[in-house]
Design a binder for this molecule. Sequence first.
Ligand code: MGD
Ligand code: MGD
Ligand code: SF4
Ligand code: MO
Length: 765
Amino acid sequence: MNGRETRNSVEDVWGPRTPYEGLWPSRVDQRVSAEPEQWIQSACVLCSNGCALDIGVKDGKIVGVRGRAEDRVNQGRLGPKGLHAWEANHHPDRLTTPLIRRGDRFCEVGWDEAMELIVRRSKEIRDRHTSSAIGFYTSGQLFLEEYYTLAVLGKAGLGTPHMDGNTRLCTATAGAALKESFGTDGQPGSYTDLDTTEALFSIGHNMAEQQTVLWMRVLDRRRGPNPPKLVIVDPRPVASTLEADVHLAPKPGTNVAVLNGLLHIMIERGWIDERYIHQHTVGFDRLKQTVGKWTPDAVERVADVPTPKLRAAAEILGTTRTLVSTVLQGVYQSMQATAAACQVNNLHLIRGLLGRDGCGIYQMNGQPTAQNTRETGANGDLPGFRNWENPQHIEELARLWNVSADVIPHWAPPTHAMQIFRYCEQGSIRMLWISGTNPAVSLPDLPRIRKILDKKELFVVVQDAFMTETASRADVVLPAALWGEKAGCFTNVDRTVHLSHKAVDPPGQARSDLDIFVDYARRMDFRDLDGAPLIKWRTPEEAFEAWKACSKGRPCDYSGMSYAKLTGKSGIQWPCNEQFPDGARHLYANGHFNTDPEYCETFGHDLDTGATVTPTQYRADHPRGRAIIKASDYIAPYEEPDESYPLWLTTGRIVYHFHTRTKTGRASALEEIAPDAFVEMNPEDAMAYGIEEGDMLEVRSRRGYALAPARFSAIRKGVMFMPFHYGYWDDNTRPRAANEVTLPEWDPVSKQPHYKLCAVRIRRT
Ligand SMILES: Nc1nc2c(c(=O)[nH]1)N[C@H]1C(S)=C(S)[C@@H](COP(=O)(O)OP(=O)(O)OC[C@H]3O[C@@H](n4cnc5c(=O)[nH]c(N)nc54)[C@H](O)[C@@H]3O)O[C@H]1N2
Ligand SMILES: Nc1nc2c(c(=O)[nH]1)N[C@H]1C(S)=C(S)[C@@H](COP(=O)(O)OP(=O)(O)OC[C@H]3O[C@@H](n4cnc5c(=O)[nH]c(N)nc54)[C@H](O)[C@@H]3O)O[C@H]1N2
Ligand code: SF4
Ligand SMILES: [Mo]
């Protein structure tokens, strides 16, 4: 790249500081390969931060991006992925025609032939085995309008209970923890809380690498007047831990012990808001009882966190007048995911640090549009955060869609992703339609996942922009348009909705996911009770209008938004309606939560077993708009190092790549700086095995093995880390995907897999 970038984000990830307190100054980051003729408004789709940007277009091609200075989320800043990954849009590897498998090769066909085959197989399978033999596995990366269309055709057209998204791997626990504590999904806080907060608590979240622009905001506060205190909990040394005032590095899988220890100290020292607890919560007594035994010594024994450090952290969290907390995969993909995430909610509740400026909880999202998968019900929940156990809510949807309530699956909890794959394995699901996700690299225990996808009896449709490891195992591949080539909305982690306009045409015959779903619904001839087409929209804007009607009156109320209102200025936070025409910064500002039995999204679960609370039980304990404090005692991980597999492996991400690298692996500067997998380990562990940096290691678990070179860091002894980005589309010479070895276990409440823990052994090859 010549002089057309404002900064080199690969060498200097966060760029220069703009110290502040109060109003975050803007700094516009830009990177183009040629002077754009036109700038088209959009937002970045490479993480849940949702940075607003304009897409630069020249001669019908994307030639770069620049941050939008006027946007509340990023005030112009962009990180390395945002500045680079657009290069993938015009990569020659893009899929441009539908493909049908004939024997062991793919044949190019037209859309009619591909869609007719899918429709024929759908009808055959439905007629012989019912709609329950058809499953959908979607993404956290499509647009809101696309998910909503998929949700309606799946729930009201086919009536299959087997729909989930890769959001199950990503933010199912965020949703679950918000529901358990506050009654429905929805992040209570706002990014503007960071502008004034006195303290920040981050657990299992590598913000500096994974939400780089959010971290810029934190760094700018840290360099400005009245910098916030910073407490970080992560077993690895990551960029943010160097900045922290207190870094707790617990043994993997011990989050609940650490959090119970913090709560214990806070309660013991009287660092609680008794009035808030009394007026706005239920369940405090049980929490007090449960954390009673988690003295600092007890925490040290289980989690190996030194007692002075735990006390120092508790003092910051217990005495600060405002607090922002962030939680992500080190919690959601670790032991007791929902239980641990709920303890962070509890920490805010017992101190009354909620619903006002400077106080926010982010049960973070990861993927850019994961929030929308959950809102629209494309992940198995019901649209608009409705409760599948509430007959009233089912009736509302039936009326809205003009279908019989019996069609909408609500007789059992929605099927979660790992169970969908289990049903495919057992043969009760015979058709699986995968859109915008790459399970052949991202699901745990890959040897098993490959076997399932390769089953002759399973008809697999894959809708993607590239020939991924999953697409190459499909029966039909549908070429999808990417971001920039279609219009639609998405919502970031602080409920800010952005509209991404279409900037360029998709390559070849590639079509938007919306077009594909609408086409399928038309060809399947799904109809409502009056015989009219079930899907009454064609364009993204029409789909958005339909969604607005569905969301009205629910927490995620979009009814006050429009494509026009979302164009030209900053993104807008939901709820946006008559009461909040410009959106609302905080949920629960009045201390009233969404826990009313007629309004809530779930009646809740036992956090340890996942057993559901019955509607009768919930009504009997009626929380009356109070938040629910749920306690949980520590449970040891299911698989721990032993004699045969003596080391921990944890997996995750690095700053330069996004997931299975379909985009970032095709952005030259990102691929160049991070071309291969590695095993991060402590030099002392390495010495015990006679391993030198760069040696090729075999990492083996009870499931399988992967090969990657050793890299040293100050990671906890006995723990190793592998990024899960590297699969096989560009290097099929050795097993190198972290998920060859990971554990197919999941959280009992959120059903999110435990990617952060498994026992392995290593040897030099
Ligand atoms: N660069 C980049 N950014 C991304 C993504 C990407 O692929 N690349 N993906 C996006 C998506 S979808 C997501 S979900 C997010 C994920 O963002 P993060 O959750 O921040 O990323 P991870 O690397 O998965 O895990 C976070 C941290 O958890 C720690 N950890 C492991 N085990 C434990 C434990 O038992 N307890 C605690 N407290 N910590 C533990 C790890 O050491 C790791 O540093 O990032 C988003 N942003
Ligand atoms: N070991 C381990 N495994 C993990 C994790 C971990 O930390 N450790 N993290 C988990 C998490 S949090 C996540 S989010 C998942 C991510 O796992 P995946 O979802 O499998 O990863 P991606 O590479 O993002 O796959 C998205 C696919 O969608 C395609 N795509 C992009 N945009 C569009 C579009 O507009 N339309 C269509 N049809 N396709 C599109 C991309 O080309 C890509 O193939 O991985 C999970 N797996
Ligand atoms: S922080 Fe996330 S949304 Fe913002 S530019 Fe980076 S990848 Fe994109
Ligand atoms: Mo994720």
